[in-house]
Design a protein around this ligand. Structure first.
Ligand SMILES: O=c1[nH]c(=O)n([C@H]2C[C@H](O)[C@@H](COP(=O)(O)O)O2)cc1CO
Ligand SMILES: [Zn+2]
Length: 161
């Protein structure tokens, strides 16, 4: 019997894990997930954006606007950083799959962790200084950047067997 033809690709699998992880995010406006993959194509870390563990989700603000301390920005831990911190072992030579292009703060952690490739879907904050700084560092550190063209393909998971 020939092998099943409609299996998902590596890129679809790892971006799918990143997008599934994003569904755990409680951020009402932007849910981001990240999946770190070793050179041997093993998943070595996953994460999504959220407040640090032990910090009460219901006490901290999810606001985007207003006084800095009344917004989520000083408190939220980005998906990429969570994936690095949640990872097991050495990340040298690994790839990071993430729905949204990483900011400069995550870029520093990504580079220092030894991640060599970013695979992303959206670059919706390309015009921001954070993303400009991020690309400058990735360029100098020779981190490869690869945007997956959104195919619109639906990966459906039904919770049944
Ligand atoms: O790369 C990222 N990773 C990541 O986890 N985030 C998170 C932080 C916030 O919870 C949310 C961005 O919120 P907003 O789009 O409302 O500004 O996404 C944001 C970025 C973009 O810099
Ligand atoms: Zn970030």
């Amino acid at each position: 019997m020939p092998k099943r033809p409609d299996y998902i690709s590596w890129d679809e699998y790892f971006m799918g894990v990143a997008l599934l992880s994003a569904m755990r995010s409680k951020d009402p406006s932007t849910q981001v997930g990240a999946c770190i993959v070793s050179p041997e194509k093993r998943i070595v870390g996953v994460g999504y954006n959220g407040f640090p563990s032990g910090c009460n989700d219901d006490d901290l603000p999810w606001e985007r606007e207003g006084a800095f301390l009344e917004t989520k920005y000083p408190f939220v831990c980005h998906a990429e950083l969570n994936a690095i911190l949640n990872s097991s072992g050495n990340l040298k030579g690994s790839s990071l799959y993430v729905a949204l292009f990483p900011c400069n703060e995550c870029a520093k952690a990504i580079i220092q962790a030894g991640i060599v490739e970013i695979v992303y879907l959206s670059d919706k904050y390309a015009d921001t200084d954070a993303v400009k700084a991020s690309k400058r560092m990735f360029g100098q550190a020779q981190v490869r950047l690869r945007q997956i063209t959104p195919s619109g393909k639906r990966l459906v998971i039904e919770l049944k067997v």
